[in-house]
Write a protein that binds this ligand. Sequence first.
Ligand code: DGL
Length: 271
Amino acid sequence: MNIDNRPIGVFDSGLGGLTSLKRIKALLPNENIIYFGDTARTPYGSKSIDTINQFSQQITEFLLMRDVKIIAIACNTVSAASLDTLKRNYPHIPFLGIIEPIVASLPGFIEENSTIAVIGTEVTIKSKTYEKAIRLRLPKVKVVSQACPLFVTLIEEGLHDAPVMDAHIRYYLDDFIAEYQPDYLILGCTHYPLIKHKIKSIYPGIILLDPAFSQAEKIEDLLVSLNLRADPEQKATYKFYASDLSTTFRQMIDTIMLDEQYSLKFTELRI
Ligand code: DGL
Protein backbone atom coordinates (compact mmCIF):
# COMPACT_ATOMS: atom_id res chain seq x y z
CA MET A 1 0.00 0.00 0.00
CA ASN A 2 1.29 3.43 -0.99
CA ILE A 3 1.39 6.15 1.69
CA ASP A 4 0.94 9.77 0.66
CA ASN A 5 1.09 12.33 3.46
CA ARG A 6 0.62 15.37 1.26
CA PRO A 7 -2.34 17.47 2.45
CA ILE A 8 -5.87 17.59 1.08
CA GLY A 9 -6.71 21.11 -0.13
CA VAL A 10 -10.15 22.35 0.91
CA PHE A 11 -11.61 25.74 0.01
CA ASP A 12 -14.67 27.94 0.21
CA SER A 13 -15.58 31.59 -0.30
CA GLY A 14 -15.39 31.99 3.47
CA LEU A 15 -16.11 30.09 6.67
CA GLY A 16 -18.94 27.91 5.31
CA GLY A 17 -16.54 25.25 4.09
CA LEU A 18 -15.47 24.68 7.68
CA THR A 19 -18.70 22.70 8.09
CA SER A 20 -17.38 20.34 5.39
CA LEU A 21 -13.92 20.27 6.90
CA LYS A 22 -15.49 19.09 10.15
CA ARG A 23 -16.89 16.03 8.35
CA ILE A 24 -13.66 15.33 6.47
CA LYS A 25 -11.69 15.58 9.71
CA ALA A 26 -14.09 13.23 11.52
CA LEU A 27 -13.97 10.59 8.78
CA LEU A 28 -10.27 10.93 7.91
CA PRO A 29 -8.50 11.94 11.14
CA ASN A 30 -5.05 11.05 9.80
CA GLU A 31 -5.22 13.24 6.68
CA ASN A 32 -3.36 16.57 6.72
CA ILE A 33 -5.55 19.44 5.57
CA ILE A 34 -4.96 22.93 4.19
CA TYR A 35 -8.08 25.09 4.20
CA PHE A 36 -8.46 28.36 2.34
CA GLY A 37 -11.38 30.75 3.07
CA ASP A 38 -11.71 33.75 0.76
CA THR A 39 -13.22 35.83 3.55
CA ALA A 40 -12.16 39.15 1.97
CA ARG A 41 -14.25 38.47 -1.15
CA THR A 42 -17.21 36.51 0.20
CA PRO A 43 -20.01 36.13 -0.82
CA TYR A 44 -19.42 34.45 -4.19
CA GLY A 45 -23.07 33.48 -4.63
CA SER A 46 -24.18 36.70 -6.31
CA LYS A 47 -21.06 37.23 -8.45
CA SER A 48 -20.62 36.46 -12.16
CA ILE A 49 -19.38 33.07 -13.36
CA ASP A 50 -16.25 34.75 -14.80
CA THR A 51 -15.37 36.21 -11.41
CA ILE A 52 -15.99 32.93 -9.59
CA ASN A 53 -13.81 31.13 -12.18
CA GLN A 54 -11.05 33.67 -11.64
CA PHE A 55 -11.19 33.50 -7.82
CA SER A 56 -11.32 29.72 -7.72
CA GLN A 57 -8.35 29.44 -10.09
CA GLN A 58 -6.31 31.75 -7.85
CA ILE A 59 -7.13 29.58 -4.86
CA THR A 60 -6.26 26.45 -6.83
CA GLU A 61 -2.83 27.94 -7.66
CA PHE A 62 -2.35 28.80 -3.99
CA LEU A 63 -3.17 25.24 -2.91
CA LEU A 64 -1.03 23.67 -5.66
CA MET A 65 1.95 25.70 -4.44
CA ARG A 66 1.45 23.92 -1.11
CA ASP A 67 1.60 20.53 -2.80
CA VAL A 68 -1.92 19.28 -2.11
CA LYS A 69 -2.79 15.79 -3.41
CA ILE A 70 -6.47 16.46 -4.16
CA ILE A 71 -8.72 19.54 -3.94
CA ALA A 72 -12.12 19.31 -2.27
CA ILE A 73 -14.37 22.23 -3.16
CA ALA A 74 -16.30 22.92 0.04
CA CYS A 75 -18.54 25.39 -1.77
CA ASN A 76 -21.70 24.66 -3.74
CA THR A 77 -21.41 27.91 -5.68
CA VAL A 78 -17.93 27.08 -6.98
CA SER A 79 -18.98 23.46 -7.60
CA ALA A 80 -21.92 24.70 -9.69
CA ALA A 81 -20.07 27.49 -11.48
CA SER A 82 -16.46 26.41 -11.91
CA LEU A 83 -15.89 22.69 -11.33
CA ASP A 84 -15.78 21.81 -15.05
CA THR A 85 -13.46 24.73 -15.83
CA LEU A 86 -11.12 23.82 -12.98
CA LYS A 87 -10.97 20.18 -14.09
CA ARG A 88 -10.23 21.30 -17.64
CA ASN A 89 -7.56 23.83 -16.66
CA TYR A 90 -5.79 21.65 -14.05
CA PRO A 91 -6.08 18.11 -15.41
CA HIS A 92 -3.21 16.77 -13.27
CA ILE A 93 -4.98 17.38 -9.91
CA PRO A 94 -8.15 15.54 -8.86
CA PHE A 95 -11.01 17.91 -7.87
CA LEU A 96 -14.06 16.87 -5.92
CA GLY A 97 -17.13 19.10 -5.83
CA ILE A 98 -19.80 18.98 -3.14
CA ILE A 99 -22.93 18.55 -5.27
CA GLU A 100 -22.36 15.29 -7.14
CA PRO A 101 -21.63 13.11 -4.06
CA ILE A 102 -24.93 13.85 -2.30
CA VAL A 103 -26.95 13.53 -5.50
CA ALA A 104 -25.33 10.14 -6.16
CA SER A 105 -26.39 9.00 -2.68
CA LEU A 106 -30.09 9.97 -3.04
CA PRO A 107 -31.39 6.88 -4.89
CA GLY A 108 -30.32 4.85 -1.85
CA PHE A 109 -32.99 6.33 0.41
CA ILE A 110 -35.39 8.69 -1.44
CA GLU A 111 -38.90 7.39 -2.19
CA GLU A 112 -40.00 7.71 -5.83
CA ASN A 113 -42.76 10.27 -5.46
CA SER A 114 -41.19 12.58 -2.95
CA THR A 115 -40.44 16.27 -3.26
CA ILE A 116 -36.90 17.51 -2.72
CA ALA A 117 -36.29 21.19 -2.06
CA VAL A 118 -32.87 22.72 -2.65
CA ILE A 119 -31.80 26.00 -1.10
CA GLY A 120 -28.59 27.81 -2.00
CA THR A 121 -27.02 30.96 -3.36
CA GLU A 122 -28.32 32.72 -6.46
CA VAL A 123 -25.55 31.25 -8.64
CA THR A 124 -26.15 27.69 -7.41
CA ILE A 125 -29.92 27.86 -7.85
CA LYS A 126 -29.80 29.65 -11.23
CA SER A 127 -27.34 27.06 -12.57
CA LYS A 128 -29.92 24.29 -11.91
CA THR A 129 -26.98 21.96 -11.21
CA TYR A 130 -28.85 20.13 -8.42
CA GLU A 131 -32.10 19.90 -10.38
CA LYS A 132 -30.46 18.49 -13.50
CA ALA A 133 -28.33 15.99 -11.57
CA ILE A 134 -31.27 14.78 -9.43
CA ARG A 135 -33.58 14.42 -12.44
CA LEU A 136 -31.02 12.26 -14.21
CA ARG A 137 -31.03 9.80 -11.33
CA LEU A 138 -34.55 10.16 -10.00
CA PRO A 139 -36.83 11.25 -12.86
CA LYS A 140 -40.04 10.82 -10.83
CA VAL A 141 -38.96 12.97 -7.92
CA LYS A 142 -40.16 16.57 -7.85
CA VAL A 143 -37.31 19.07 -7.38
CA VAL A 144 -38.00 22.65 -6.32
CA SER A 145 -35.45 25.29 -5.42
CA GLN A 146 -35.11 28.62 -3.72
CA ALA A 147 -32.21 31.08 -3.55
CA CYS A 148 -31.56 32.64 -0.15
CA PRO A 149 -29.01 35.37 -1.01
CA LEU A 150 -28.67 37.02 2.39
CA PHE A 151 -27.99 33.93 4.49
CA VAL A 152 -24.25 33.85 3.72
CA THR A 153 -23.69 37.50 4.61
CA LEU A 154 -25.46 37.11 7.96
CA ILE A 155 -23.55 33.93 8.78
CA GLU A 156 -20.19 35.50 7.84
CA GLU A 157 -21.15 38.33 10.23
CA GLY A 158 -21.56 35.77 13.00
CA LEU A 159 -25.34 36.26 13.19
CA HIS A 160 -26.34 32.61 12.66
CA ASP A 161 -27.79 32.38 16.17
CA ALA A 162 -29.39 35.84 16.23
CA PRO A 163 -33.15 36.49 15.94
CA VAL A 164 -32.52 38.40 12.69
CA MET A 165 -31.58 35.04 11.17
CA ASP A 166 -35.06 33.63 11.95
CA ALA A 167 -36.64 36.60 10.20
CA HIS A 168 -34.56 35.95 7.07
CA ILE A 169 -35.32 32.23 7.11
CA ARG A 170 -39.04 32.99 7.28
CA TYR A 171 -38.74 35.68 4.59
CA TYR A 172 -37.18 33.31 2.06
CA LEU A 173 -38.77 30.02 3.04
CA ASP A 174 -42.24 30.40 4.60
CA ASP A 175 -44.16 30.76 1.31
CA PHE A 176 -41.85 28.35 -0.52
CA ILE A 177 -42.33 25.58 2.05
CA ALA A 178 -46.09 26.23 2.30
CA GLU A 179 -46.46 25.98 -1.49
CA TYR A 180 -44.36 22.86 -2.16
CA GLN A 181 -44.50 20.95 1.16
CA PRO A 182 -41.15 19.23 0.50
CA ASP A 183 -40.22 15.95 2.17
CA TYR A 184 -36.49 16.74 2.04
CA LEU A 185 -34.49 19.96 2.07
CA ILE A 186 -30.93 19.96 0.73
CA LEU A 187 -28.73 22.56 2.39
CA GLY A 188 -27.12 23.55 -0.91
CA CYS A 189 -24.60 25.97 0.58
CA THR A 190 -21.89 25.00 3.03
CA HIS A 191 -22.77 27.96 5.24
CA TYR A 192 -26.27 26.62 5.90
CA PRO A 193 -25.45 23.75 8.28
CA LEU A 194 -24.67 26.56 10.74
CA ILE A 195 -28.39 27.47 10.76
CA LYS A 196 -29.65 23.90 10.54
CA HIS A 197 -31.01 24.04 14.09
CA LYS A 198 -33.10 27.11 13.24
CA ILE A 199 -34.48 25.69 9.98
CA LYS A 200 -35.29 22.46 11.82
CA SER A 201 -37.19 24.21 14.56
CA ILE A 202 -39.19 26.43 12.17
CA TYR A 203 -40.06 23.56 9.75
CA PRO A 204 -39.87 20.43 11.93
CA GLY A 205 -41.53 18.05 9.46
CA ILE A 206 -38.84 18.27 6.78
CA ILE A 207 -35.76 16.03 6.62
CA LEU A 208 -32.65 18.18 6.20
CA LEU A 209 -29.77 16.85 4.08
CA ASP A 210 -26.21 18.17 4.50
CA PRO A 211 -24.03 17.37 1.43
CA ALA A 212 -20.83 17.48 3.52
CA PHE A 213 -21.32 13.90 4.76
CA SER A 214 -21.42 12.42 1.24
CA GLN A 215 -18.52 14.61 0.13
CA ALA A 216 -16.32 13.33 2.96
CA GLU A 217 -17.18 9.71 2.04
CA LYS A 218 -16.41 10.41 -1.60
CA ILE A 219 -13.04 11.92 -0.65
CA GLU A 220 -12.20 8.71 1.18
CA ASP A 221 -13.23 6.63 -1.88
CA LEU A 222 -11.14 8.83 -4.15
CA LEU A 223 -8.04 8.60 -1.95
CA VAL A 224 -8.38 4.82 -1.79
CA SER A 225 -8.95 4.43 -5.52
CA LEU A 226 -5.98 6.67 -6.37
CA ASN A 227 -3.81 5.04 -3.73
CA LEU A 228 -3.26 8.37 -1.95
CA ARG A 229 -4.16 7.57 1.67
CA ALA A 230 -1.98 9.06 4.41
CA ASP A 231 -0.17 7.05 7.05
CA PRO A 232 -2.98 5.56 9.21
CA GLU A 233 -0.87 6.04 12.35
CA GLN A 234 -0.10 9.72 11.87
CA LYS A 235 -1.74 12.61 13.71
CA ALA A 236 -2.97 15.09 11.11
CA THR A 237 -1.92 18.74 10.88
CA TYR A 238 -4.38 21.50 10.02
CA LYS A 239 -3.40 24.75 8.32
CA PHE A 240 -5.94 27.48 7.77
CA TYR A 241 -5.51 30.46 5.46
CA ALA A 242 -7.89 33.36 4.89
CA SER A 243 -7.85 36.48 2.75
CA ASP A 244 -9.22 38.39 5.78
CA LEU A 245 -8.84 37.21 9.35
CA SER A 246 -12.34 38.03 10.55
CA THR A 247 -13.33 37.36 14.15
CA THR A 248 -16.11 35.03 13.02
CA PHE A 249 -13.68 32.95 10.97
CA ARG A 250 -11.34 32.56 13.95
CA GLN A 251 -14.23 31.66 16.27
CA MET A 252 -15.58 29.10 13.85
CA ILE A 253 -12.20 27.39 13.56
CA ASP A 254 -11.95 27.28 17.36
CA THR A 255 -15.40 25.67 17.54
CA ILE A 256 -14.40 22.97 15.05
CA MET A 257 -10.88 22.33 16.32
CA LEU A 258 -11.72 22.42 20.07
CA ASP A 259 -8.39 21.81 21.82
CA GLU A 260 -6.50 20.56 18.78
CA GLN A 261 -3.44 22.37 17.41
CA TYR A 262 -3.66 24.32 14.16
CA SER A 263 -2.05 27.24 12.36
CA LEU A 264 -3.93 30.22 10.93
CA LYS A 265 -2.43 32.76 8.52
CA PHE A 266 -3.57 35.74 6.54
CA THR A 267 -2.79 35.61 2.84
CA GLU A 268 -3.50 38.02 0.06
CA LEU A 269 -4.53 36.72 -3.37
CA ARG A 270 -3.80 39.17 -6.15
CA ILE A 271 -5.85 39.35 -9.33
N1 DGL B 1 -20.42 28.33 1.07
C1 DGL B 1 -20.70 28.73 -0.29
C2 DGL B 1 -21.62 27.73 -0.96
O1 DGL B 1 -21.61 26.57 -0.56
C3 DGL B 1 -21.13 30.10 -0.31
C4 DGL B 1 -21.26 31.03 -0.95
C5 DGL B 1 -21.09 32.47 -1.11
O2 DGL B 1 -19.98 32.92 -0.91
O3 DGL B 1 -22.06 33.08 -1.51
O4 DGL B 1 -22.31 28.01 -1.89
